[in-house]
Design a protein. Structure first.
Ligand code: NAP
Length: 265
């Protein structure tokens, strides 16, 4: 059990009590784990996902632990809906301190294989949606004295990835964009960091599993390719999300935090 999965108890751990966080793509995987961790550690969390039911299930899971949160259906490619949800959060709680803009898209293939629509959708989800969400949140954060924006990239944002041209290109672009935002808004005490996971065992890898020729081959690939010889867990990712969201990282901005068992060394 990681720190993020543990109910808050350590008095020295910076609490998120009084903080308000919104997470996109939080109905599953890393976003879910991060949202649950922030809620366990005291934040008021708005759990959003394309599928409203999945987001609601996360709130139910928290409720069974005695932790409260709210949920909403939110498609991050819908600009107006993203702004409206952020505004609604501020209207409800008075401020927003953490945005974890997490939802993303992976289409496999090299230059000749990726359909142009796949490249466009990768750009829309992996870059543009983060731009829109970050733009919607900065004014609120500035008015409240600062905040932390966490944008999910990938370790494919800092290294190149075999036959993943649309994914690697857009994940690099979002690291660059996050650094630019960090430089522009540091004076407002708004921190922007990108989260760069390696292989984390979630439904997100279904396409890569097919590309590799099935689960067994993927398992072999992971144990051979990752220096630590294994998948990362969503709990390990949630620990990093807590770090970026909380006062444990107050002097850190513009960073690409790679958590990948050494894959991109
Ligand atoms: P996941 O378990 O599949 O969760 C992603 C969630 O986002 C799903 O509930 C998904 O819904 C939702 N979603 C998809 N499109 C959306 C949209 N337009 N608006 C709002 N929500 C949407 O995946 P994950 O492991 O958490 O990974 C997601 C993010 O982490 C991506 O940005 C990805 O690039 C990054 N990442 C993951 C890994 C990894 O190994 N898992 C590694 C590096 C980076 P549906 O299931 O209905 O599509």
């Amino acid at each position: 059990m990681t720190l993020a999965e543990t109910p808050f108890s350590a008095p020295h751990f910076p609490t998120l009590k009084g903080r308000v966080a919104l997470v996109t793509g939080a109905g599953s995987g890393i976003g879910r784990a991060g949202a649950m961790a922030m809620a366990r550690h005291g934040a008021k969390v708005v759990v959003t996902d394309l599928d409203a039911d999945k987001a609601a299930q996360v709130v139910e899971a928290l409720k069974s632990e005695g932790v409260s949160a709210t949920s909403a259906g939110l498609d991050v490619t819908d600009d107006k809906a993203v702004s409206a949800e952020i505004d609604r959060t501020v209207k409800t709680y008075g401020h927003i301190d953490v945005l974890h803009s997490h939802a993303g898209y992976q289409v496999e293939g090299n230059l000749e294989q990726v359909p142009l629509e796949g490249l466009d959708l990768s750009w829309k989800l992996n870059v543009r949606s983060h731009f829109v969400a970050a733009r919607a949140v900065v004014g609120h954060m500035r008015a409240h004295g600062g905040g932390s924006v966490i944008i999910t990239s990938s370790n494919s944002g800092v290294q190149y990835d075999r036959e993943m041209i649309a994914y690697a290109t857009t994940k690099h672009a979002v690291v660059a964009m996050t650094r630019q935002m960090a430089a522009d808004y540091a004076k407002d005490n708004i921190r922007f960091n990108s989260l760069c996971p390696g292989f984390i065992d979630t439904p997100f890898n279904a396409g890569f599993e097919t590309q590799m020729g099935g689960r067994e081959k993927l398992e072999r690939y992971v144990s051979k390719t990752i220096p630590m010889g294994r998948w990362g867990t969503t709990g390990e990712m949630a620990d990093s999300i807590l770090f970026l969201a909380s006062d444990m990282s107050t002097f850190m901005t513009g960073h690409a935090l790679v958590i990948d068992g050494g894959e991109c060394i």
